[in-house]
Design a protein around this ligand. Structure first.
Ligand code: LLP
Length: 398
């Protein structure tokens, strides 16, 4: 499939900047995920994919993902609410985050979500006491910090022991024992997430090996239930988190990430039994390529040694280049036929980091041209702010 076809006439009637979601790309991506997650052998259950709502929570996008049968991975009460409103079944919702508030925990318990990914023993105690007060039980997976380097950008690495996320491995047994001792907790299994934008499968192989060790260790334990009776923990659910990366350089030729390689990695490296279910929480790989930030050129300005294309979108609309040094391909969609020239493409915000790309070749631009910033569906609109009192970008669906 080739993407990158834009309805320019429609765009001309709209106020820029805005996010444009190409639903054909999204549905093709969802078809690919559903196909690959279901390729399982024997009695093994298909992988359960929970879409990471933080990547893009635009209602039409969420609804399409819910209709495709995926679950949702949420990190706030607001995301749990958005997922439920978009049609995700509560029994496919997982709720992670290092700092869930009492209000958020109560709300998720009321909704009957599938499980909490719990990040500390302190949180476990709070969830148990709130569930007891409400007369319900809370299903939990323990989020373990596996100390695995995802070899991705520092700011999106989560699985190292210096990161704030998850329960350190040396406290895992204690946390499992606590799950069984507490009156309102059902222990389902283990949860992991090592980072984002991972395109080489090696870190996932390392994580799978670590998971095999930890599952074996936990299942060798003997715990005590609240009445002091001995119980053997069983890890029925293994959640490997998200993190599959995309090709930012090639949105037109490789819009669908390599889901086969991703699921094959887990299939070949996790030691699984038929009574175990693997879950994952993909965000970026599902929505990045369907989204584009559409912006208009305001000025073409000559600098001392360079040429600036100044556009009406700023770092408040798409913060990834300023925050992570991320690359987004930019295309002149009004005049794609023009001969290429070299530009720094910059925004209007009063910060020198409000630069989308430097020394970049693009079909020559003039005032009024529309540009598409590609692969911006994940962590684009959801991270937008009103800095400089600018309006939020808003969105258009194909
Ligand atoms: N599960 C957990 C626990 C997470 O923290 C994340 C992302 C995901 C799943 C989804 O990861 P994905 O499949 O999208 O890689 N704003 C950054 C990315 C931050 C990712 C945060 N956690 C960016 O723009 O690159």
């Amino acid at each position: 499939m080739i993407t990158g076809q834009f309805p320019i006439a429609r765009f001309e009637t709209l106020e820029t900047p805005f996010y444009y979601y190409d639903m054909a790309v999204l549905t093709d991506t969802l078809r690919a995920v559903n196909k690959e997650r279901s390729e399982v052998e024997g009695p093994m259950a298909p992988f359960a994919v929970h879409y990471a709502v933080k990547a893009c929570s635009t209602p039409a996008v969420l609804q399409t993902i819910a209709q495709a049968g995926l679950g949702a991975d949420c990190v706030s009460g607001g995301e749990v609410r958005a997922a439920i409103e978009a049609g995700f079944n509560a029994d496919k919702i997982v709720f992670a985050g290092v700092a869930k508030s009492d209000r958020e925990i109560r709300y998720a318990l009321e909704q009957g979500i599938f499980c909490f990914n719990v990040e500390s023993m302190e949180e476990l105690e709070v969830i148990s006491s709130l569930a007891s007060e409400m007369g319900v039980r809370a299903r939990v997976c323990l989020r373990v910090n596996p100390n695995i380097n995802a070899h991705t950008h520092d700011k999106i690495t989560t699985g190292l022991s210096e990161n704030k996320f998850g329960i350190p491995m040396r406290f895992l047994n204690e946390a499992v024992a606590l799950c069984y001792r507490l009156p309102a907790i059902d222990f389902l299994g283990l949860h992991f997430h090592i980072g984002s934008q991972i395109t080489d499968m090696t870190p996932f192989v390392h994580l799978a090996e670590r998971i095999n060790e930890l599952v074996a260790e936990v299942e060798q334990m003997t715990c005590k239930d609240p009445d002091g009776k001995a119980v053997q923990p069983v890890v029925r659910h293994i959640n490997v988190g998200g993190g599959l990366g995309i090709l930012y350089e090639h949105p037109n030729h490789f819009p669908i990430p390599d889901f086969k390689a991703y699921f094959d990695t887990w299939r070949s490296h996790l030691h699984l039994r038929a009574d175990q279910q693997v879950h994952c929480e993909l965000g970026r790989s599902i929505v990045a390529q369907c989204g584009n930030l559409i912006t208009r050129v305001l000025y073409v300005k000559k600098g001392e040694n360079k040429q600036f294309a100044i556009v009406d979108a700023g770092m408040n609309d798409l913060i990834r280049p300023a925050m992570y040094g991320a690359f987004h391909r930019v295309e002149n969609i009004t005049h794609p036929e023009k001969e290429e020239q070299l530009y720094d493409i910059v925004g209007p915000v009063c910060e020198s980091s409000d630069v989308f790309v430097e020394n970049y070749r693009i079909a020559a631009v003039q005032r009024g041209d529309l540009l598409a910033m590609r692969s911006a569906g994940a962590y684009g609109e959801t991270m937008a702010s009103q800095y400089n009192l600018r309006r939020l970008p808003g969105h258009v669906i194909s």
